[in-house]
Design a protein around this ligand. Structure first.
Ligand code: AMP
Length: 216
């Protein structure tokens, strides 16, 4: 089972990726997580990537492709793998097909998570993250008990730079311009499944399972 999740920012790819990788017991490769980790550790790659991530643009292909190549060689791909947030454009998609072939594997299933723009923007502008433990809240959907503070560790909540309205709108535009062409790329090769991303994570997961032919 070699899976890819695509969809606009805040469609819920990361959340579904966690559920699916636990369900199938397969590794999760998220270029967003790998980039954020490199930025936090101030590695050379992190320093090069930071300004792109902060502005909501795409990090140059060569940096991201190297990151994925390294990540792939760390895992045993026998049971499969799930990619989340990579590829983000046609050049990366072609590269991923070549990388998988190098590992004697094929990307067989691509799941597009579809969500309307106003919901994507609302998810980001309302999200607050604990500055200490990383727990996430939403000012109307899942508010903390005391406004501005984490329920778990009582530290202040922050509004991440890449969740601010101007940045999220730019990220949605980048998605439409660069990443959405992948929908045709995968549809033409018969690998694309489409799922509605509205509702709770459990509801979306059930829709995905139904598409994959697993009813629980
Ligand atoms: P994500 O968590 O997947 O939404 O990614 C956060 C940010 O990391 C994006 O807005 C981009 O700046 C960068 N990024 C993640 N994956 C890629 C990729 N495959 N290609 C280029 N930039 C990426």
């Amino acid at each position: 089972m070699n899976l890819l999740l695509i969809g606009p920012p805040n469609a819920g790819k990361g959340t579904q990726a966690k559920i699916l990788t636990e369900y199938y017991g397969i590794p999760h490769i998220s270029t967003g997580d790998l980039l954020r980790d490199n930025i936090a550790r101030k590695t050379e790659l992190g320093k090069l990537a930071k300004s792109y991530v902060d502005s909501g643009g795409l990090v140059p292909d060569d940096l991201v492709i190297d990151l994925v190549d390294q990540a792939l060689s760390q895992y045993d791909l026998k049971k499969g793998v799930l990619f989340d947030g990579y590829p983000r454009n046609i050049a990366q998609a072609e590269n991923l097909d070549a990388l998988m072939a190098k590992h004697d594997a094929v990307l067989d299933t691509v799941i597009l998570i579809r969500v309307e723009d106003d919901i994507l923007i609302n998810r980001a502008t309302g999200r607050r993250v604990c500055s200490n433990c990383g727990a996430t809240y939403h000012i109307t959907g899942r508010p903390p008990k005391i406004s501005g503070f984490c329920d778990l560790c009582h530290e202040p909540l922050i509004h991440r730079r890449d969740d601010k309205e101007d940045v999220i709108m730019h990220r949605v535009e980048v998605y439409k311009d660069q990443t959405r062409p992948l929908v045709d790329y995968y549809d033409e090769t018969g690998r694309l499944l489409k799922v509605r991303g509205e509702g709770s994570p459990e509801e979306v997961f059930e829709r995905i399972m139904a598409l994959l032919g697993k009813t629980e």
